[in-house]
Design a protein around this ligand. Structure first.
Ligand code: PYL
Length: 269
């Protein structure tokens, strides 16, 4: 998983309203609706649940340490969705204890390897990778006005790509999967709804709907894609080159945290 930098998220809080409006423009629905769809709940029940939950974001100092603004960005996304959320004053175990003492019902914690939301009452958690894969498929499905029976190219068979493949199959899409590491594709060799793609450039030129779940940046040029391409790209950094970004911006979903955190919240209620 690529590690975010403070620079990736430094304007996130102040731009959430504009970000949500751009989601509505591209997909027809807002962040709460996408997260609800990905979680299999109604937008109404998601909004209702805000009355019964207090969330906490706990900074974690392990490994490469705290990312400036990370916990605050998680908090602002959760608050934007109508839920109470605080960032604990303490970090690590003391922060988790503080969250519980302050009656948090959902605790968000991330180290360098995992980012989870833990539901204290249920004793269950959801992982950011799984939520992000589902959330970005939800966005692509709305942008495409439905993916049932459609061919969708998924780049990357890591945690996000695997979750995206699973949800795409649930939605009745025909998945075309590419990964640079053949062993990542073994699990799909006998899957009737998944076709393995062996040439990246050939695959990019062929499919209108693309989900880029790779951690690679700047490898997709404007001429590599069909004119009508629509892309959902959770991968950090963005896989599109600047020229492609300019050409496909109106049909591109890409953010550092918003869809993943919103979907974690909707899935862990
Ligand atoms: C969850 C993000 C999405 C993409 N990469 C993941 C990442 O950057 N993970 C590291 C998160 C570290 C957070 C740090 C803190 O500030 O609490 N431990």
């Amino acid at each position: 998983m690529t590690r975010l930098t403070t620079h990736d998220i430094d304007k996130l809080d102040s731009e959430l309203t504009q970000y949500n409006l751009s989601l509505i423009e591209k997909t027809g629905v807002d962040l709460a609706a996408l997260a609800s769809f990905a979680a299999g709940i109604t937008r109404e029940s998601f909004k209702q649940a805000a009355q019964n939950h207090m969330a906490a974001a706990v900074p974690i100092t392990s490994g490469q340490g705290i990312i400036g603004g990370f916990s605050e960005s998680v908090q602002s996304i959760i608050q934007f969705l109508g839920f109470d959320c605080f960032v604990t004053r303490a970090a690590d175990v003391a922060g988790i204890a503080e969250a519980i003492d302050r009656k948090a019902s959902i605790i968000f914690v991330a180290d360098d390897d995992r980012f989870i939301a833990y539901n204290v009452g249920k004793g269950s958690y959801v992982d950011n990778g799984e939520a992000t894969g589902r959330g970005y498929v939800a966005a692509l499905a709305h942008m495409a006005k439905g993916l049932k029976g459609q061919e969708v190219l998924v780049l990357g068979a890591g945690p996000v790509g695997q979750s995206a493949v699973a949800f795409l199959k649930e939605l009745g899409a025909w998945v075309k999967l590419f990964d640079i590491q053949p062993e990542a594709l073994k699990a799909y060799q006998t899957d009737a709804q998944v076709t393995i793609e062996h040439s990246l450039l050939e695959a990019l030129s062929k499919y209108q709907f693309i989900l880029d779940a790779t951690p690679a940046g700047g490898f997709i040029g404007a001429d590599d894609l069909p004119h009508e391409a629509m892309l959902a790209a959770p991968g950090i950094p963005l896989g599109l080159k600047q020229e492609a970004l300019t050409k496909y911006e109106r049909h591109l979903i890409h953010d550092p945290l918003q869809i993943g955190v919103a979907t974690m919240l909707a899935m862990i209620l």
